[in-house]
Design a binder for this molecule. Structure first.
Ligand SMILES: Cc1cc2nc3c(=O)[nH]c(=O)nc-3n(C[C@H](O)[C@H](O)[C@H](O)COP(=O)(O)OP(=O)(O)OC[C@H]3O[C@@H](n4cnc5c(N)ncnc54)[C@H](O)[C@@H]3O)c2cc1C
Length: 416
Protein backbone atom coordinates (compact mmCIF):
# COMPACT_ATOMS: atom_id res chain seq x y z
CA UNK A 1 0.00 0.00 0.00
CA UNK A 2 1.51 3.29 -1.16
CA UNK A 3 2.09 6.39 0.89
CA UNK A 4 -0.37 9.23 0.51
CA UNK A 5 0.46 11.67 -2.29
CA UNK A 6 -0.90 12.95 -5.60
CA UNK A 7 -3.93 14.97 -6.60
CA UNK A 8 -7.67 14.21 -6.49
CA UNK A 9 -10.87 15.97 -7.47
CA UNK A 10 -12.16 15.38 -3.92
CA UNK A 11 -10.63 14.11 -0.69
CA UNK A 12 -13.08 12.71 1.86
CA UNK A 13 -12.02 12.61 5.52
CA UNK A 14 -13.64 9.85 7.60
CA UNK A 15 -14.84 6.42 6.47
CA UNK A 16 -18.00 6.01 8.53
CA UNK A 17 -21.31 5.69 6.70
CA UNK A 18 -21.29 9.36 5.59
CA UNK A 19 -17.76 9.49 4.20
CA UNK A 20 -18.07 6.06 2.55
CA UNK A 21 -21.34 7.03 0.83
CA UNK A 22 -19.84 10.36 -0.28
CA UNK A 23 -16.77 8.68 -1.78
CA UNK A 24 -19.02 6.19 -3.59
CA UNK A 25 -21.22 8.95 -5.05
CA UNK A 26 -18.21 10.93 -6.28
CA UNK A 27 -16.48 7.87 -7.78
CA UNK A 28 -19.70 6.84 -9.50
CA UNK A 29 -19.71 10.15 -11.33
CA UNK A 30 -16.29 9.36 -12.77
CA UNK A 31 -14.39 11.84 -10.59
CA UNK A 32 -11.19 10.97 -8.75
CA UNK A 33 -11.72 10.62 -4.99
CA UNK A 34 -9.56 9.62 -2.03
CA UNK A 35 -11.21 8.34 1.17
CA UNK A 36 -9.06 8.72 4.30
CA UNK A 37 -9.72 7.00 7.64
CA UNK A 38 -7.69 7.57 10.81
CA UNK A 39 -8.18 4.01 12.15
CA UNK A 40 -8.71 0.61 10.48
CA UNK A 41 -11.67 0.49 8.12
CA UNK A 42 -14.80 -0.77 9.95
CA UNK A 43 -13.31 0.01 13.38
CA UNK A 44 -15.54 0.25 16.47
CA UNK A 45 -14.53 3.69 17.78
CA UNK A 46 -16.96 5.92 15.86
CA UNK A 47 -20.71 5.93 15.21
CA UNK A 48 -21.35 3.67 12.22
CA UNK A 49 -20.23 0.23 13.39
CA UNK A 50 -22.28 -2.62 14.80
CA UNK A 51 -25.14 -4.89 13.94
CA UNK A 52 -28.11 -2.67 13.24
CA UNK A 53 -29.71 0.73 12.79
CA UNK A 54 -33.37 1.52 12.21
CA UNK A 55 -34.70 2.85 8.93
CA UNK A 56 -38.17 4.43 8.85
CA UNK A 57 -39.96 7.16 6.96
CA UNK A 58 -41.82 8.54 9.96
CA UNK A 59 -40.51 11.84 11.25
CA UNK A 60 -42.16 14.62 13.20
CA UNK A 61 -40.36 17.06 10.87
CA UNK A 62 -41.79 17.14 7.37
CA UNK A 63 -38.45 17.90 5.69
CA UNK A 64 -36.84 14.69 6.96
CA UNK A 65 -39.85 12.54 6.04
CA UNK A 66 -39.81 14.09 2.55
CA UNK A 67 -36.13 13.12 2.13
CA UNK A 68 -36.71 9.47 3.01
CA UNK A 69 -38.17 8.50 -0.36
CA UNK A 70 -34.86 9.18 -2.10
CA UNK A 71 -32.93 7.60 0.78
CA UNK A 72 -34.90 4.33 0.41
CA UNK A 73 -34.25 4.34 -3.37
CA UNK A 74 -30.52 4.88 -2.88
CA UNK A 75 -30.32 2.01 -0.35
CA UNK A 76 -32.08 -0.23 -2.88
CA UNK A 77 -29.83 0.90 -5.73
CA UNK A 78 -26.65 0.18 -3.73
CA UNK A 79 -27.93 -3.29 -2.76
CA UNK A 80 -28.67 -4.04 -6.44
CA UNK A 81 -25.24 -2.82 -7.56
CA UNK A 82 -23.31 -4.73 -4.87
CA UNK A 83 -25.43 -7.85 -4.45
CA UNK A 84 -25.37 -7.28 -0.66
CA UNK A 85 -28.53 -7.38 1.43
CA UNK A 86 -28.28 -4.79 4.18
CA UNK A 87 -31.92 -3.72 4.56
CA UNK A 88 -34.11 -6.27 6.38
CA UNK A 89 -37.58 -4.98 5.64
CA UNK A 90 -40.45 -4.78 8.10
CA UNK A 91 -43.09 -2.25 9.17
CA UNK A 92 -42.37 0.68 11.46
CA UNK A 93 -44.49 1.20 14.58
CA UNK A 94 -44.53 4.58 16.36
CA UNK A 95 -46.30 4.50 19.71
CA UNK A 96 -47.10 7.00 22.40
CA UNK A 97 -49.81 8.88 24.24
CA UNK A 98 -52.55 10.24 22.02
CA UNK A 99 -51.56 13.65 23.38
CA UNK A 100 -47.90 13.40 22.47
CA UNK A 101 -47.13 16.35 20.20
CA UNK A 102 -44.30 14.65 18.31
CA UNK A 103 -46.44 11.60 17.57
CA UNK A 104 -49.32 13.81 16.45
CA UNK A 105 -46.87 15.60 14.20
CA UNK A 106 -45.74 12.23 12.75
CA UNK A 107 -49.39 11.53 11.83
CA UNK A 108 -49.88 15.01 10.35
CA UNK A 109 -46.71 14.64 8.25
CA UNK A 110 -47.85 11.19 7.01
CA UNK A 111 -51.20 12.70 5.96
CA UNK A 112 -49.60 15.70 4.28
CA UNK A 113 -47.01 13.69 2.32
CA UNK A 114 -49.41 10.83 1.48
CA UNK A 115 -47.35 8.26 3.42
CA UNK A 116 -49.59 5.17 3.81
CA UNK A 117 -50.27 4.72 7.52
CA UNK A 118 -52.76 3.29 9.99
CA UNK A 119 -53.53 4.69 13.44
CA UNK A 120 -54.50 1.95 15.91
CA UNK A 121 -55.97 2.31 19.39
CA UNK A 122 -54.71 0.20 22.30
CA UNK A 123 -57.01 -2.78 21.61
CA UNK A 124 -56.33 -2.77 17.87
CA UNK A 125 -52.58 -2.60 18.52
CA UNK A 126 -52.76 -5.59 20.92
CA UNK A 127 -54.73 -7.60 18.37
CA UNK A 128 -52.15 -6.84 15.66
CA UNK A 129 -49.07 -7.30 17.87
CA UNK A 130 -49.94 -9.91 20.49
CA UNK A 131 -46.79 -9.35 22.56
CA UNK A 132 -47.45 -5.62 22.89
CA UNK A 133 -49.32 -4.03 25.79
CA UNK A 134 -49.92 -0.29 25.46
CA UNK A 135 -51.30 1.99 28.17
CA UNK A 136 -54.99 2.92 27.71
CA UNK A 137 -54.64 6.38 26.18
CA UNK A 138 -51.88 5.38 23.76
CA UNK A 139 -52.03 4.97 20.00
CA UNK A 140 -49.87 3.15 17.47
CA UNK A 141 -48.99 4.46 14.01
CA UNK A 142 -48.12 1.67 11.54
CA UNK A 143 -46.23 2.52 8.34
CA UNK A 144 -45.00 0.10 5.67
CA UNK A 145 -41.44 1.23 5.15
CA UNK A 146 -39.30 0.41 8.17
CA UNK A 147 -36.61 -2.13 8.88
CA UNK A 148 -33.15 -2.98 10.08
CA UNK A 149 -30.03 -1.72 8.35
CA UNK A 150 -27.03 -3.99 8.90
CA UNK A 151 -24.69 -1.21 10.00
CA UNK A 152 -21.07 -2.40 9.56
CA UNK A 153 -22.05 -4.47 6.54
CA UNK A 154 -23.62 -1.37 4.96
CA UNK A 155 -20.44 0.67 5.50
CA UNK A 156 -18.44 -2.18 3.94
CA UNK A 157 -20.88 -2.25 1.02
CA UNK A 158 -20.39 1.45 0.26
CA UNK A 159 -16.61 1.17 0.61
CA UNK A 160 -16.48 -1.72 -1.83
CA UNK A 161 -18.80 0.13 -4.23
CA UNK A 162 -16.55 3.20 -3.99
CA UNK A 163 -13.52 1.01 -4.77
CA UNK A 164 -15.32 -0.71 -7.66
CA UNK A 165 -16.14 2.69 -9.13
CA UNK A 166 -12.51 3.82 -9.01
CA UNK A 167 -12.08 5.50 -5.61
CA UNK A 168 -8.81 5.21 -3.68
CA UNK A 169 -9.23 4.15 -0.04
CA UNK A 170 -6.60 4.50 2.69
CA UNK A 171 -6.98 3.64 6.36
CA UNK A 172 -4.70 4.38 9.33
CA UNK A 173 -4.27 7.80 7.74
CA UNK A 174 -5.06 10.53 10.21
CA UNK A 175 -5.74 13.96 8.74
CA UNK A 176 -3.96 16.55 10.83
CA UNK A 177 -4.23 19.72 8.79
CA UNK A 178 -6.16 21.04 5.79
CA UNK A 179 -5.12 24.32 4.18
CA UNK A 180 -6.44 26.12 1.11
CA UNK A 181 -4.82 28.36 -1.51
CA UNK A 182 -2.64 25.66 -3.12
CA UNK A 183 -2.24 25.43 -6.91
CA UNK A 184 -3.32 22.22 -8.63
CA UNK A 185 -1.72 20.87 -11.84
CA UNK A 186 -4.32 22.72 -13.97
CA UNK A 187 -3.38 26.01 -12.31
CA UNK A 188 -6.64 26.24 -10.35
CA UNK A 189 -6.89 26.52 -6.56
CA UNK A 190 -7.06 23.51 -4.31
CA UNK A 191 -6.45 22.31 -0.77
CA UNK A 192 -3.54 20.48 0.81
CA UNK A 193 -4.54 17.67 3.16
CA UNK A 194 -1.74 16.59 5.51
CA UNK A 195 -1.86 13.16 7.15
CA UNK A 196 0.52 11.12 9.28
CA UNK A 197 1.36 9.21 6.08
CA UNK A 198 1.99 12.10 3.72
CA UNK A 199 0.24 15.01 2.04
CA UNK A 200 -2.12 15.13 -0.91
CA UNK A 201 -3.78 17.83 -3.02
CA UNK A 202 -7.48 18.04 -3.77
CA UNK A 203 -9.81 20.49 -5.51
CA UNK A 204 -12.31 19.95 -2.70
CA UNK A 205 -12.25 18.27 0.68
CA UNK A 206 -15.32 16.84 2.44
CA UNK A 207 -14.98 16.36 6.19
CA UNK A 208 -17.21 13.51 7.41
CA UNK A 209 -15.40 13.00 10.70
CA UNK A 210 -18.33 12.15 12.99
CA UNK A 211 -17.54 12.91 16.63
CA UNK A 212 -14.17 14.38 15.64
CA UNK A 213 -15.72 17.03 13.35
CA UNK A 214 -15.68 19.68 16.05
CA UNK A 215 -11.96 19.20 16.68
CA UNK A 216 -11.14 19.36 12.95
CA UNK A 217 -13.29 22.47 12.40
CA UNK A 218 -11.50 24.18 15.25
CA UNK A 219 -8.10 23.16 13.90
CA UNK A 220 -8.81 24.13 10.28
CA UNK A 221 -11.06 27.17 10.52
CA UNK A 222 -10.93 28.15 14.18
CA UNK A 223 -14.68 27.60 14.34
CA UNK A 224 -16.45 26.32 17.45
CA UNK A 225 -19.05 23.97 16.00
CA UNK A 226 -21.67 23.24 18.65
CA UNK A 227 -21.58 19.49 18.05
CA UNK A 228 -21.37 17.44 21.23
CA UNK A 229 -20.42 13.75 21.13
CA UNK A 230 -22.37 11.69 23.65
CA UNK A 231 -21.84 8.17 24.93
CA UNK A 232 -24.94 6.31 23.69
CA UNK A 233 -25.76 2.77 24.84
CA UNK A 234 -27.01 -0.12 22.71
CA UNK A 235 -28.75 -2.93 24.61
CA UNK A 236 -30.14 -6.38 23.85
CA UNK A 237 -32.60 -8.19 26.14
CA UNK A 238 -33.46 -11.90 26.35
CA UNK A 239 -36.90 -12.88 25.08
CA UNK A 240 -38.96 -15.88 26.16
CA UNK A 241 -37.49 -19.10 24.81
CA UNK A 242 -39.20 -20.47 21.70
CA UNK A 243 -41.27 -17.31 21.11
CA UNK A 244 -40.97 -16.19 17.49
CA UNK A 245 -43.38 -13.23 17.66
CA UNK A 246 -40.47 -10.78 17.83
CA UNK A 247 -39.01 -11.81 14.45
CA UNK A 248 -39.39 -9.71 11.30
CA UNK A 249 -40.64 -12.83 9.46
CA UNK A 250 -43.61 -12.86 11.86
CA UNK A 251 -44.23 -9.19 11.17
CA UNK A 252 -42.62 -7.69 14.25
CA UNK A 253 -41.79 -4.07 13.39
CA UNK A 254 -39.00 -1.68 14.11
CA UNK A 255 -40.46 0.67 16.68
CA UNK A 256 -40.14 3.95 18.55
CA UNK A 257 -41.93 4.91 21.73
CA UNK A 258 -42.55 8.62 22.25
CA UNK A 259 -43.13 8.29 26.00
CA UNK A 260 -40.72 9.02 28.80
CA UNK A 261 -38.13 7.73 28.10
CA UNK A 262 -38.06 7.98 24.29
CA UNK A 263 -36.96 4.48 23.31
CA UNK A 264 -36.59 2.49 20.14
CA UNK A 265 -36.04 -1.09 19.09
CA UNK A 266 -35.59 -3.51 16.21
CA UNK A 267 -37.02 -7.02 15.73
CA UNK A 268 -35.03 -10.02 16.93
CA UNK A 269 -32.56 -10.69 14.11
CA UNK A 270 -28.84 -10.28 14.71
CA UNK A 271 -28.72 -12.30 17.96
CA UNK A 272 -31.41 -15.05 17.95
CA UNK A 273 -33.35 -14.98 21.21
CA UNK A 274 -32.44 -11.35 21.93
CA UNK A 275 -34.34 -8.14 21.24
CA UNK A 276 -32.66 -4.77 20.79
CA UNK A 277 -34.36 -2.01 22.78
CA UNK A 278 -32.43 1.09 23.75
CA UNK A 279 -32.61 4.78 24.55
CA UNK A 280 -31.23 7.72 22.66
CA UNK A 281 -28.82 10.39 23.81
CA UNK A 282 -26.32 9.95 26.61
CA UNK A 283 -23.67 11.75 28.58
CA UNK A 284 -21.11 14.00 26.88
CA UNK A 285 -17.80 12.36 25.99
CA UNK A 286 -14.48 13.13 24.31
CA UNK A 287 -14.00 10.79 21.30
CA UNK A 288 -10.29 10.47 22.16
CA UNK A 289 -10.80 9.67 25.86
CA UNK A 290 -13.62 7.16 25.99
CA UNK A 291 -14.20 4.43 28.55
CA UNK A 292 -16.32 2.31 26.13
CA UNK A 293 -18.48 1.38 29.12
CA UNK A 294 -22.25 1.50 28.54
CA UNK A 295 -24.26 3.03 31.37
CA UNK A 296 -25.97 -0.15 32.62
CA UNK A 297 -27.67 1.61 35.55
CA UNK A 298 -29.43 4.04 33.25
CA UNK A 299 -30.50 1.23 30.91
CA UNK A 300 -31.84 -0.86 33.79
CA UNK A 301 -33.61 2.04 35.47
CA UNK A 302 -35.16 3.50 32.35
CA UNK A 303 -35.94 0.38 30.34
CA UNK A 304 -36.61 -2.61 32.63
CA UNK A 305 -40.01 -1.41 33.93
CA UNK A 306 -41.16 -0.43 30.43
CA UNK A 307 -40.07 -3.76 28.94
CA UNK A 308 -41.80 -5.82 31.65
CA UNK A 309 -45.13 -3.98 31.17
CA UNK A 310 -44.94 -3.17 27.48
CA UNK A 311 -44.12 -6.70 26.32
CA UNK A 312 -46.48 -8.64 28.62
CA UNK A 313 -43.69 -10.40 30.53
CA UNK A 314 -42.08 -11.87 27.40
CA UNK A 315 -38.75 -10.14 28.15
CA UNK A 316 -36.92 -12.49 30.52
CA UNK A 317 -33.85 -10.45 31.55
CA UNK A 318 -33.89 -7.55 34.00
CA UNK A 319 -30.52 -6.42 32.70
CA UNK A 320 -29.35 -6.23 29.10
CA UNK A 321 -27.49 -9.40 28.13
CA UNK A 322 -25.44 -7.57 25.49
CA UNK A 323 -24.62 -3.90 25.95
CA UNK A 324 -22.20 -1.64 24.14
CA UNK A 325 -21.31 2.05 24.10
CA UNK A 326 -21.46 3.94 20.82
CA UNK A 327 -21.22 7.68 20.07
CA UNK A 328 -23.79 10.12 18.75
CA UNK A 329 -22.83 13.65 17.70
CA UNK A 330 -25.56 16.01 18.82
CA UNK A 331 -26.24 19.40 17.30
CA UNK A 332 -28.24 21.82 19.47
CA UNK A 333 -31.40 21.52 17.36
CA UNK A 334 -30.67 17.88 16.42
CA UNK A 335 -30.59 18.76 12.72
CA UNK A 336 -27.66 17.76 10.53
CA UNK A 337 -24.89 20.11 9.40
CA UNK A 338 -24.29 19.75 5.63
CA UNK A 339 -22.46 22.79 4.38
CA UNK A 340 -19.35 24.54 3.16
CA UNK A 341 -16.96 25.25 6.02
CA UNK A 342 -16.36 28.98 6.28
CA UNK A 343 -12.64 29.53 6.47
CA UNK A 344 -12.80 32.79 8.31
CA UNK A 345 -15.33 33.97 10.84
CA UNK A 346 -16.51 36.79 8.58
CA UNK A 347 -16.92 34.78 5.35
CA UNK A 348 -19.86 32.52 5.99
CA UNK A 349 -20.92 29.31 4.29
CA UNK A 350 -22.39 30.46 0.98
CA UNK A 351 -18.94 31.65 -0.09
CA UNK A 352 -18.28 28.20 -1.52
CA UNK A 353 -15.25 27.36 0.51
CA UNK A 354 -13.32 24.37 -0.97
CA UNK A 355 -13.81 22.55 2.33
CA UNK A 356 -17.20 21.02 3.15
CA UNK A 357 -18.47 19.40 6.30
CA UNK A 358 -21.14 16.78 7.10
CA UNK A 359 -21.69 16.25 10.81
CA UNK A 360 -24.07 16.63 13.77
CA UNK A 361 -26.21 13.65 12.76
CA UNK A 362 -27.70 13.64 16.26
CA UNK A 363 -28.44 9.92 16.51
CA UNK A 364 -30.67 9.67 13.43
CA UNK A 365 -28.33 9.91 10.46
CA UNK A 366 -27.58 6.35 9.40
CA UNK A 367 -30.78 5.83 7.40
CA UNK A 368 -29.94 8.99 5.44
CA UNK A 369 -26.32 7.94 4.72
CA UNK A 370 -26.73 7.30 0.97
CA UNK A 371 -28.65 10.57 0.57
CA UNK A 372 -26.06 12.51 2.57
CA UNK A 373 -23.48 11.00 0.17
CA UNK A 374 -25.49 12.30 -2.80
CA UNK A 375 -25.85 15.74 -1.22
CA UNK A 376 -22.16 16.09 -0.32
CA UNK A 377 -21.09 14.87 -3.78
CA UNK A 378 -23.43 17.45 -5.38
CA UNK A 379 -22.14 20.23 -3.15
CA UNK A 380 -18.50 19.31 -3.77
CA UNK A 381 -18.82 18.84 -7.54
CA UNK A 382 -21.61 21.27 -8.49
CA UNK A 383 -21.83 23.69 -5.57
CA UNK A 384 -25.52 22.92 -4.96
CA UNK A 385 -27.80 20.01 -4.09
CA UNK A 386 -31.18 20.12 -5.80
CA UNK A 387 -34.35 19.19 -3.94
CA UNK A 388 -32.78 19.39 -0.49
CA UNK A 389 -33.89 22.00 2.07
CA UNK A 390 -30.31 22.99 2.88
CA UNK A 391 -31.44 25.89 5.04
CA UNK A 392 -32.15 23.39 7.84
CA UNK A 393 -28.60 22.04 7.61
CA UNK A 394 -26.54 25.23 7.38
CA UNK A 395 -23.64 26.14 9.63
CA UNK A 396 -24.87 29.72 9.66
CA UNK A 397 -27.73 28.85 11.98
CA UNK A 398 -25.20 28.35 14.77
CA UNK A 399 -22.68 30.98 13.85
CA UNK A 400 -25.25 33.75 13.57
CA UNK A 401 -27.90 32.88 16.11
CA UNK A 402 -28.30 31.68 19.64
CA UNK A 403 -30.47 28.65 18.79
CA UNK A 404 -28.33 26.42 20.94
CA UNK A 405 -25.11 25.87 22.73
CA UNK A 406 -23.03 22.82 23.50
CA UNK A 407 -23.56 23.39 27.21
CA UNK A 408 -27.26 22.55 26.77
CA UNK A 409 -26.27 18.91 26.67
CA UNK A 410 -24.56 18.55 30.00
CA UNK A 411 -25.81 15.46 31.82
CA UNK A 412 -28.80 15.15 29.60
CA UNK A 413 -30.33 11.83 28.58
CA UNK A 414 -33.21 11.35 26.14
CA UNK A 415 -32.25 14.30 24.04
CA UNK A 416 -33.86 12.93 20.90
C1 LIG B 1 -26.20 3.64 19.53
C2 LIG B 1 -26.58 4.35 18.27
C3 LIG B 1 -27.78 4.07 17.66
C4 LIG B 1 -28.15 4.71 16.50
N1 LIG B 1 -29.33 4.37 15.90
C5 LIG B 1 -29.65 4.92 14.71
C6 LIG B 1 -30.80 4.47 14.03
O1 LIG B 1 -31.52 3.57 14.50
N2 LIG B 1 -31.10 5.04 12.83
C7 LIG B 1 -30.33 6.02 12.28
O2 LIG B 1 -30.67 6.50 11.20
N3 LIG B 1 -29.20 6.46 12.90
C8 LIG B 1 -28.85 5.92 14.10
N4 LIG B 1 -27.71 6.32 14.74
C9 LIG B 1 -26.91 7.41 14.18
C10 LIG B 1 -25.93 6.97 13.10
O3 LIG B 1 -25.33 5.75 13.44
C11 LIG B 1 -24.91 8.08 12.92
O4 LIG B 1 -25.62 9.28 12.60
C12 LIG B 1 -23.92 7.80 11.80
O5 LIG B 1 -23.33 6.53 11.96
C13 LIG B 1 -22.84 8.88 11.78
O6 LIG B 1 -21.89 8.52 10.79
P1 LIG B 1 -20.61 9.39 10.50
O7 LIG B 1 -20.02 8.83 9.24
O8 LIG B 1 -20.96 10.82 10.55
O9 LIG B 1 -19.63 9.15 11.76
P2 LIG B 1 -18.59 7.97 12.05
O10 LIG B 1 -19.17 6.66 11.76
O11 LIG B 1 -18.05 8.16 13.41
O12 LIG B 1 -17.45 8.21 10.98
C14 LIG B 1 -16.51 9.26 11.11
C15 LIG B 1 -15.15 8.69 10.77
O13 LIG B 1 -14.22 9.73 10.63
C16 LIG B 1 -12.97 9.26 11.08
N5 LIG B 1 -12.11 10.41 11.38
C17 LIG B 1 -12.32 11.34 12.33
N6 LIG B 1 -11.32 12.24 12.35
C18 LIG B 1 -10.45 11.86 11.38
C19 LIG B 1 -9.23 12.39 10.92
N7 LIG B 1 -8.66 13.48 11.46
N8 LIG B 1 -8.58 11.76 9.90
C20 LIG B 1 -9.14 10.65 9.33
N9 LIG B 1 -10.30 10.10 9.75
C21 LIG B 1 -10.96 10.71 10.75
C22 LIG B 1 -13.37 8.46 12.32
O14 LIG B 1 -12.36 7.58 12.73
C23 LIG B 1 -14.62 7.76 11.84
O15 LIG B 1 -14.34 6.50 11.27
C24 LIG B 1 -27.30 5.69 15.91
C25 LIG B 1 -26.08 5.98 16.53
C26 LIG B 1 -25.71 5.32 17.68
C27 LIG B 1 -24.39 5.61 18.30
Amino acid sequence: MGEIAGEYETIVVGAGIMGSCTAYQIAKRGKSVLLLEQYDFLHHRGSSHGESRTIRETYAEEYYAAMMDEAFSLWEEAQQESGYRVHIKTNQLDIGSVQDRSLQSVIAVCRKLGIPHEVLNTEQASLRYKVLNLPKDWIAVVTNRGGILRASKAVAMFQSLALKNGATLRDNARVMKITNGWKLSDGLDGVLVCTNRGSVLGRKCVIAAGAWAQKLAKEIADIELPVQPVNTPIAYWRIEEGLDSFSPEKGFPTFASYGDPYLYGTPSWEYPGLLKVSISGGNPCDPDKRTFVPDLDVLRKKLSPWLAEGFRGHIMSENPVVAEACMCSMSPDEDFILDFLPLTKTSLSRDKSPILIACGFSGHGFKMGPLVGRIMADLALKGEAHGIPLQYFSIERFLKSTRGNVKDYENKFDII
